[in-house]
Design a protein around this ligand. Structure first.
Ligand code: ZN
Length: 239
């Protein structure tokens, strides 16, 4: 799962869905645990209750001043400064120690891209093709764009792109793949439901799942905390 973004209600809904599907051995988190939403500390704490690994995202770094918010749009920067004020020393330690890249068997986990783990968005086949040389495993899991998508790449290094919809399965075969499971806490593909994927080691399939959650509950908390209105309203549209 990627881009939880301090949206505890969405995160809880996703974890509930995981449990209803029989649970997972380990949560693989693709960064941006915090930023934008109203519950940064609670999201770090809840993630910590699960067997998990997590890489750093740009918002995780910005919240602990490891990255300058001058590169953020005004709403994102305002939310980031608010987030920084909510974090405990323990939360900051957790974010401080997140690695940029994690290898899990056949998978490389990064937030943005293998070439530029914090910043680069993998949105086009050209970007995917250029990134093939930057990781050694067969498959790469990315977040950052909050859009569920898969890039399939041939042996000759040509990639093709397909969006992933609810229930869609990606079979792991010969092709190298980049898979983005979409965003948990701030989806941006026009579907406001939380997005994540489950990898089944036995069937060698990755399945995308969309999970409805109480968007209004998150929005109420954001308004109460004075978080920027554009960040509140976009949750209704998944944009
Ligand atoms: Zn993000």
């Amino acid at each position: 799962m990627a881009d939880i973004h301090s949206n505890l209600t969405a995160f809880q809904a996703v974890l509930g869905d995981v449990t209803a599907r029989g649970g997972v051995a380990e949560v693989w988190c693709l960064g941006d645990v915090v930023g934008y939403g109203p519950d940064p500390g609670q999201c770090i704490e809840l993630l910590g209750q699960y067997e998990h690994v997590c890489v750093a995202g740009n918002h995780d770094w910005a919240a602990i001043s490891k990255l300058d918010t001058a590169y953020f749009n005004p709403a994102a920067a305002a939310a980031c400064h608010w987030t920084a004020r909510q974090l405990t020393d323990e939360d900051r330690d957790y974010l401080e120690n997140l690695p940029l890249t994690i290898k899990k068997g056949d998978f490389t986990l990064v937030h943005g891209s293998p070439r530029e783990p914090i910043w680069e968005y993998l949105l086009t086949v050209g970007e995917a093709e250029e990134n093939l040389a930057h990781f050694k495993t067969k498959f790469c899991l990315v977040g950052h764009s909050h859009v569920p998508i898969v890039f399939q790449c041939s042996e000759s290094g040509k990639c093709s792109l397909s969006p992933l919809s609810d229930g869609e399965e990606v079979a792991l075969g010969e092709a190298r793949l980049f898979i983005n499971p979409g965003g948990v806490g701030q989806p941006r593909d026009g579907d406001p439901r939380a997005s994540y994927a489950i990898y089944d080691e036995e069937t060698r399939k990755v399945t995308l799942h969309r999970v409805p959650y109480d968007i209004k509950a998150t929005q109420k908390k954001m308004i109460k905390q004075g978080l920027p209105m554009p960040l509140v309203t976009r949750l209704s549209y998944g944009m």
